[in-house]
Write a new protein. Sequence first.
Length: 540
Amino acid sequence: MNKYDRTALLSIVFILWLSQSVLAAASPVTSVALVLGGGAARGFSHIGLIQAFEENGIPIHMLVGTSMGSIVSSLYAAGYSVDNMKTIVANLDSANLVDVIFPPRGGLIGTERLKRYLDVLLMHKSFDELEIPFYSVITELQTGREVAMHQGNVAVAVQASMSIPALFPPVEIDGTYFVDGGMKNAVPANVAQAHGANVIIGVDVKKELKDIDFDSILNDIQLTMWFMIGGYVELNTKAADVIIVPDVKYDSYMDYQKAEFFIEQGYRAGLQYLDQIKAAVLEVDPDFEFVPYTQSGLSDSELEAVMKEAERAALEAYRPFGLMPELAFSDDNAPKLGLRIQYGRLGWFRIGYRYGLSTDLGGHEMFVGWHKPHVAETEFFVRHSGDQPNVGIKASLPLGDHLRLGAAYQVNGTYLWQVHLSHANIFNSRNFCLGSSAVLTQHAAESGQPLMAGFNSNLKIYFREEYDSLFEVTLARPYLYGQFSMATPVNQLQAAVEYQVGIGTELKLFGLYPLDLHFGVDFGSDSGPSWRLGFAKGDY
């Protein structure tokens, strides 16, 4: 090789070295992973944390999530902005996204509708279509094996990641059943490390008990589960540079209505740990510049359209055939107990049987109904009461979130036809709720009673502004209530007035499924006091 060849070869080597050096300098030195842990409603704090990251220029190159952390991660990885996520959370109607399963099959509450809702929000994306790499951590039910899902449909992996055993059914993926990733890895920082992140920020929204009763079986089970899961957390977070713990440790995992509070706590935690986070980034790249940014997300109109489409998809989701207990009340407030079958091949139809305990209006009752939430509800019934069967039909039409129009017609009943308009929430504050209704009733001609008009007003006074957790099974918000009712013939003013006072409680089963139970006493102008029991469920 002559000197010219050697010179040319050295020049080529130098150019290659220089080009690699330039490319290395131009490439991002840091790979910041945000690892969002599970915690049900407390996981809403992740949204506020991301907001703090954006405002202070902390980049997010990778997302890893478990349970609620998986839900928030998927939305952000799909391109939603912080404001978008706040709007989605504020408009969640959990009663229309989950089903109580009876008899239970794999879990107490079905999540197929929630999965359909998420799938539309995520625009049916697979993992390779996301804007930010995302790993959804799930647990194989049979073996306990941890899996960081990074392929296939995102919504299915998220559904599996949030499927708390016994509460939600396991999710089948390619013939294998998976449950909540938090069972083995509530804060999966190790997953971020395994996939190349060199700055790992973990978020632990762990729950603690403010008061512990060691005579309580539930408390003992909770503590046992937490220290078992905590052992995995301690092991898997060794790879993290910073572990953020928002101040939500005493708040119930069921408090979904406190989303705004949780988001704020996450934002504050992000600011509190800001110096540690920046130090971790600068340790890897001393020249890194923290430039504030905002993920653009969807416009208000685009988001509204997607949310409506997601709600429709959830409403149309297939529901498995079910057998449900039936509880209703007669016109004289006597309870009626029974069973109904619904969903599956019946679609929106339901068929059932009730037995009424009323002396005048009780007896056997068969019914066939059609009920589609937010659309309409109707029912045809045949009741064996007295000498002649009572046959009738009734319907209800929602006219908004709280306004409802109803009508009924029956033969051999206490009235011939009835039309009513009710609004359950004319005025609502943290301590009060006012509702009212108007009704027009036509009795059978042979009864000799005139066309009657009635008005009802109901005031609830809450003991507390927020719900309290009962045994970590349901949330309760007790109240006192007073009710004023007036009825008068249409052709003359001859008002009959009744008053009702009592106590009750609003309930949210596992924080998701709304119920209302109340008990009171009636005082009528023409009759003595009588008891009254009421029960309602949040189908609409």
